[in-house]
Design a protein around this ligand. Sequence first.
Ligand code: AMP
Length: 399
Amino acid sequence: MTARRSSPLDGVPLLADLGPIDGASVLVRVDFNVPVEANEPGPCEVVDDFRIRMALPTLEWLVTRGARVTAASHLGRPAKDGRERCSMEPVRRSLAALAPKVVLLENLRFDPGEEANDPAFVDRLVDGFDAYVNEAFGVAHRAHASIVGPPRRLPSAAGIRLAEEVEVLGRLLDEPERPFVAVVGGAKVHDKLGVLHSLADKADVLLIGGAMAFTFFAALGRDVGASLLDEGQIESCRLLLQGHPNIVLPTDVLALEPGGVFGSHAPGVGPRSDTKVVGQELPYGWKGLDIGPDTAEAFAATIAGARTVFWNGPLGANEDERFASGTRRVAEAVADCPGYTMVGGGDSAMVVDTLGLADRIDFVSTGGGASLALIEHGDLPALAALRAAPNAPGVKPRR
Ligand code: AMP
């Protein structure tokens, strides 16, 4: 039987549980999957080192206690983008300036054993190491080899930032100061239906924007024009709405004319297409790409009155400046909110960073998918693996 846990961190070994590490070789799984851009004619460069900086306290903790530290991460999708574009070399240069004593291995995903969670790959990975630390909250929801394998073989610990992420999110869900307002945007409803359920149960108000709002519109019988629609989820959205009167949908939408082009480079492509603000019914062929101005103001007012806010996902196709206003308005409202505010990684973290609002948010998570998975399931594969490590509190030493 598993013991009852009041927090997902219960039973997870922390750095102090590693015991003396002077002279030990420590493998640290980090999430240095950072944006890297070509810098012609010079070498590629890291353009946002947020995730690298967030791992520094753990790396420094280990180095100052005499450990020999090797970090390992994945970067991008080598199977799709090729090895050269996914080389860790630019990240290695960034890290060398911040933590010169830390060695960085090559991209873990260069070996198919990483994503396949192949035990033989785990054996090769941990060979020569005395201990393992997981400081990769961004991938803590993935049962990949470097996440769940090493704790079976080595004394292990959660890194400082990973533990903080889990602790902050746990507290926010367990005992939020009310009103608790959750804001969820983004494209894919099927990915987020579980988390929408959890948030609708826990929050006083759940504001929904982004492309996923159109599947909810369809559930209300509205015509969504050419907007993104997840037909297979209409019934689930209808049931969710039925049981949760605290879900608030947009009342107006900024839409693009039939055949119009959008995207990060769209304004430069072909003739400029027309946009207009419409209600929940979209005219034939029009594509809803942002929340409208009334909705943006209404969402901002709700956020202003909150004592706790959790936000994940853009409210529109914000890569295109014409459809970025709703997301920007929500980001500003979250930053202005005097209550406790948390932004859940990914696109939303990038938005608050780009707008210079990150300092005014109480906690910007390093993991979008991982925070949503923790909200939905109350646990993560990385934490479960650490709880089973030989040095975990409450684990009997193996004979
Ligand atoms: P997700 O990965 O599910 O968080 O979705 C993020 C993506 O959703 C971003 O690339 C946005 O461009 C996109 N998005 C948000 N709202 C819309 C919309 N109304 N129509 C199309 N794409 C959208």
